[in-house]
Design a protein around this ligand. Structure first.
Ligand code: NI
Ligand code: MN
Length: 227
């Protein structure tokens, strides 16, 4: 069983499983924390959680360059499809067996307006069950919600959560999220991109390790974690 997670900075993530590369929320152009570029990043699939520019900025260009199938909620899938991107639309609570694993869209408490003002549907997180049976939960942009306990009931191996505050959960609520989700491992993201969401990642990781049975892995952009 191997699964590799790479933080590309901010809310942009790389997943590798079963020989496939999956890029989540491509925001590399204009991202001061980006560890790669829209020209260089490789992927077979793209996941887009919601319509905000700091998650969808490079989706169209990377999808067209790589030929990656883009998975998103129905509204965002249609918006990208109209631009000539190959898409697969799903919606909250719905899962589908893709070649790399089963992807279920989960609830997120956030917005999803698209950069041109189009309606982007409801924001989502992703629960990926790999072909090896690993459960990977990316909450993407969200506030704390009680349903994280239900997601945790599935038995999460790795959770990737925002801790930046202001736009998403901050450190205190992200710690409460860990207690609801009960994952084996957690990685903090969506912080330190700009001063507005500056946080002390290592201090948060230390709190997780002290107060829960979850192991925190505090990465720098470009670093990876493998299960
Ligand atoms: Ni957002
Ligand atoms: Mn965001």
């Amino acid at each position: 069983m191997t699964f590799k997670y790479t933080w590309y900075g901010h809310g942009t993530h790389g997943l590798e499983t079963g020989g496939y590369k999956i890029l989540v929320d491509p925001f590399l152009t204009g991202n001061p924390a980006a560890s790669t570029t829209a020209d260089a990043v490789q992927c077979d699939f793209i996941l887009v959680s919601h319509g905000h520019g700091d998650h969808i900025a490079d989706a169209e260009t990377v999808a067209k360059r790589t030929g990656a199938l883009t998975i998103a909620n129905f509204e965002i899938a249609n918006w990208l499809d109209a631009k000539g991107v190959k898409t697969h639309g799903q919606h909250i609570g719905g899962g589908f067996h893709h070649p790399f694993g089963y992807v279920k869209l989960t609830q997120a408490i956030h917005g999803s307006g698209l950069p041109d003002g189009s309606y982007g549907g409801m924001p989502a997180g992703f629960l990926l069950t790999t072909k090896d049976g690993l459960k990977i939960y990316l909450s993407c942009d969200t506030g704390l919600f009680a349903g994280m306990s239900l997601i945790g009931d599935e038995g999460i191996d790795l959770a990737v959560l925002p801790i930046g505050d202001n736009f998403t959960m901050g450190p205190d609520d992200a710690l409460r999220a860990v207690k609801l989700l009960r994952p084996k491992h957690v990685i903090p993201t969506h912080y330190d991109t700009w001063g507005l969401i500056a946080q002390d990642g290592p201090a948060w990781g230390a709190r997780v390790n002290a107060e829960t049975n979850t192991k925190a892995h505090v990465l720098k952009p470009g670093e990876s974690f493998e299960i």
